[in-house]
Design a protein around this ligand. Sequence first.
Ligand code: GCB
Length: 616
Amino acid sequence: MKHRSIRLCFIALTVAITSSFEVIPTASAVTPVAAPIVLTGADRRPAQSLEGEWATIVDPYFSGLYSFHHEEKANGWFLNQKAKPGDPFPTEYDFSKAPKLKVPGDWNTQRESLFFYEGPVWYEHDFTYTPKEHTRLFLHVGAANYRAWFWVNGQKVCEHEGGFTAFNCEVTAAVHAGNNFVVAAVDNTRHEDNVPTLETDWWNYGGLTREVSLIAVPDPFIDQYDLHLSRADDSVIEGWIHVMGGQKDASVEVEIPALHAKASAKVEESGRAAFHFAVQGLERWSPATPKLYKVALRSGEDSLEELMGFRTIEVRGTDILLNEKPIFLRGIAIHAEAPYRTGRAYSDKDAETLLGWAQELGCNYVRLAHYPHAETMLRAADRMGLMVWSENPVYWALQFDNPKVLAKAEQQLDEEIGTSRNHAAIILWSMANETPNTEARTHFIETLANRARALDSSRLITAALLVRAEGHNKVVDDPLGKALDVIGVNEYIGWYEGHPDTADTTEWRIEYQKPLIVSEFGGGAKAGLHGDENERWTEEYEANIYRHQLPMLNKIPQLRGMSPWVLMDFRSPNRPLAGIQDEFNRKGLISEKGEKKAAFYVLQKAYKEQSVGKPH
Ligand code: GCB
């Protein structure tokens, strides 16, 4: 007891001593802070990068934030203190002596001892800053998995939950001229009431996994926008621009110089200015012509230059129409696993390698599973002309009856759509993957689908459903299908059930007169392992699955796309089979080292010859 009261005394002293320093901490880490904001096109703004080496402390008990009675500390490690001679208390951490990790980057693949680690890690980084008058400053974080707390110069600036969406914390009042420091605590502990939940089939890479920067904007400024080609009249661009802090009737302008198009509108009560203007000579974005236009957005002192494509996407009966023409989605599913080095993908190079392979395969489409991917990936898809299925992390069995979980999924959906709606490549918002058929689940995902439609009515809503077996046949009648524009289904004939040739005699019954995408099928193979086509884990076995799947799928009249599982082998702790899996899901057409397996060429041939799938 005595020992503890001495400790409390030290804590009080620490606070007193700190406040005589330059650093003046907020009363407590618990002080409520403004929620982070969403920025569309954050990468189009001038930014001060905070990438590079950050000092790190692994803190499995979270003692940097919590006291021995689990109260949030007022003098946590966010104060970035240094021990001084004569201190009456021990300072038991020191970022300046701590080992470093690269940001962006997950911790698992940077330090062997953190390979399987799940828990909190502290990050600290010094930077200099020269404040500009009349600006607001945001700390932009591309992604922090899963939960993150940020402090600047000891002052708490935000908290964020969700490991795959970008967020922006206001730091205007926390930053000063000269030397500053930012501290983050990032915790990737899995919890049952998280989105995703305890079980997934990918590596739970922790840390500041995507870019981190400082973005200064004038006040007021454009935070979000949505400009797209009208479905009703494809010579019209419509949408809105939202001005944060914008006065009613303030003017907002859009200009597309290459089309000699200029339009202006007034900010309404909601903070949005609505646009609807005609353009002439527009070349529409498509995989064959991935034309991107420079689009200038201006309001008062603020301006930014976007790079956008314009196209329409809609459903008519069982067809998917891109720019009013029926299309077949020749796709592949992709995890955000970095080629060659492994770990979470984040760079332009990662994106270009992965999407380059997809193009080599003959794809016009990719399913970016199972969570929102990095902005770099979406920019590359825009440039390269690959249509995208973008997915929220509602994966397997969440706590569908827990309203807090719904709120978390909604927040991540809002962030995903708000951040990425400027990408022509995205044609589908996917609400979920392989969820159990229960009433609570259906209600939960219908709520998300309605929200996605309200946020963005210009794209299609889908989800990857499970399929039911009726004897030898497959039935797609999950009630969730009602809420979708396009039905996605996953099936593993030849891998988790039956043999590759079971597909030859499997019939499909689809209860919905809607376009169908087979969003997953496949099987595992270790690159370089050869043998009989009936021998599991050989390249021949995987190729054989594809050989039998394609003719079966071809017989489904409303099949409008496919994204077999998966482009590249990816790390998963569910896959420990030594000598074969070694903690990799081996269903890739390409190994993590870039070796193409036999199945790659089977699918490539079908895609190049267009022998699989019909647009009608
Ligand atoms: C699935 C999941 C995917 C898994 C895959 C597999 O159905 O949607 O996330 O990785 O199967 O390999 O089992």
